[in-house]
Design a protein around this ligand. Structure first.
Ligand SMILES: Nc1ncnc2c1ncn2[C@@H]1O[C@H](COP(=O)(O)OP(=O)(O)OP(=O)(O)O)[C@@H](O)[C@H]1O
Length: 358
């Protein structure tokens, strides 16, 4: 199995820079996700790795060998596309056999690989169907079986679940993850869906405007964002203005000692909704305390979301399993606390100053 290294990759379309200067080091067997908003360059990066288009500069190295001068069909890469890209006039088995025939494998080998690949994606018994007789989820399974049948060195997936409904998306992403783990195939997965990225990835690369904002495990990306962009893009994050001075952090009218973030100046105080504490909740360690009022309560069954206006600005709190009194709080004053352990501070340039006080 192979790892992938990318050095100084850049790509422009006419005079528009789409990839600025990308460096990646992906381990053998890793499930690596490119996550970012529409237009940030994810697909361009994936297609450049696949060889469907050429970079302006930079290197793509698989297993120590440069592959960026090779044509796409010589790169030993399996690719799964958003729109399935199955051949409508070929049966399921013929679709899966396509890449194997192109490689002139013996007939018996093709048959056994087709059977093995279809079993892997749980489509055994569907060999003779046409894609039009299959659901969207099943068509994407054909796409996955076809990509895996050639036993590629790398598997690239471009938003493979975007055309499926929510339930199928979850089902198929679990299957993709299981197959990837079982086979240990190095996988690069493109999505703009942050929950999907958190659920399937070993590591996530958050991209923005052709640049890498942060690379980390799902936990690191969610809990220890290194850039404001990653904090705001992944999950919900509250931001309040604050000020550091003389080892004190001031938010609204409240100041707390914050020795970790030495320096002076404006900061942004970021906290996840599930970490905001309301009246009565007990906190470990010190917290920023703010006066607030409940503007809106949205009850979602297992949790409720509170829109709060505080003296420092509007934020959202999420409370798990709220009791009845707690749901009927609209218009009431509330004490809001932000535990320092859970607070992330950003500088005005978007770099992190402190992610959770040690
Ligand atoms: N062939 C092309 N010619 C000119 N511009 C292009 C071409 N392909 C992509 N672009 C532009 O390059 C930028 C990056 O596109 P890309 O498809 O890589 O982004 P993306 O992050 O995958 O977005 P999405 O999630 O919408 O697919 C976009 O601004 C897009 O309009």
């Amino acid at each position: 199995m192979a790892g992938l290294k990318i050095h100084g990759l850049a790509k422009s379309y006419r005079d528009v820079r789409v990839l600025e200067n990308i460096d990646l080091d992906i381990a053998s067997g890793e499930f690596f996700t490119l996550l970012g908003p529409s237009g940030c360059g994810k697909t361009t990066l994936l297609r450049t790795i696949a060889g469907f288009q050429h970079q302006d500069r930079g290197e793509i190295i698989v297993n120590g060998e440069r592959i960026d001068h090779k044509p796409a069909h010589k790169r030993d890469i399996g690719m799964v596309f958003q729109d399935y890209a199955v051949f409508p006039h070929l049966t399921v088995a013929e679709n899966v056999a396509f890449g194997l025939k192109a490689r002139s494998l013996p007939k018996a080998e093709i048959e056994s690989r087709v059977a093995e690949s279809l079993a892997m994606v749980r489509l055994d018994g569907y060999q003779n169907r046409l894609p039009a007789e299959m659901s969207g989820g099943q068509q994407q399974r054909i796409g996955l079986a076809r990509a895996m049948a050639i036993r590629p060195t790398l598997l690239l997936m471009d938003e493979p679940l975007s055309n499926l409904d929510a339930k199928l998306r979850i089902e198929l992403r679990e299957d993709i993850r299981d197959i990837q783990r079982r086979l240990g195939i190095t996988t690069i997965y493109v999505t703009h869906d942050q929950e999907e990225a958190l659920a399937v990835s070993d590591r996530i690369c958050v991209m923005n405007k052709g640049n890498v904002e942060q690379i980390g495990t799902p936990f690191e990306i969610y809990r220890k964002p290194q850039r404001r962009f990653a904090a705001a893009f992944v999950g919900t994050m509250n931001f309040l203005p604050g000020r550091m001075q003389g080892g004190q952090l001031t938010v609204g009218s409240h100041s707390v000692p914050f020795p970790h973030g030495v320096g002076t100046g404006s900061v942004e105080v970021a906290i996840r909704p599930e970490n905001v504490l309301l009246t009565g909740a007990s906190a470990d360690g010190e917290a920023i305390a703010l006066r607030g009022e409940v503007r809106k309560v949205t009850f979602l069954g297992r949790e409720a979301h509170y829109t709060l206006s505080t003296e420092a600005g509007e934020i959202v709190a999420q409370v798990a399993d709220p009791d009845r009194d707690f749901i009927e709080m609209e218009g009431r004053p509330v004490e809001v606390r932000l535990p320092l352990q859970k607070v992330v501070l950003f500088q005005s340039n978007g770099d992190v100053l402190s992610a959770g006080r040690p």
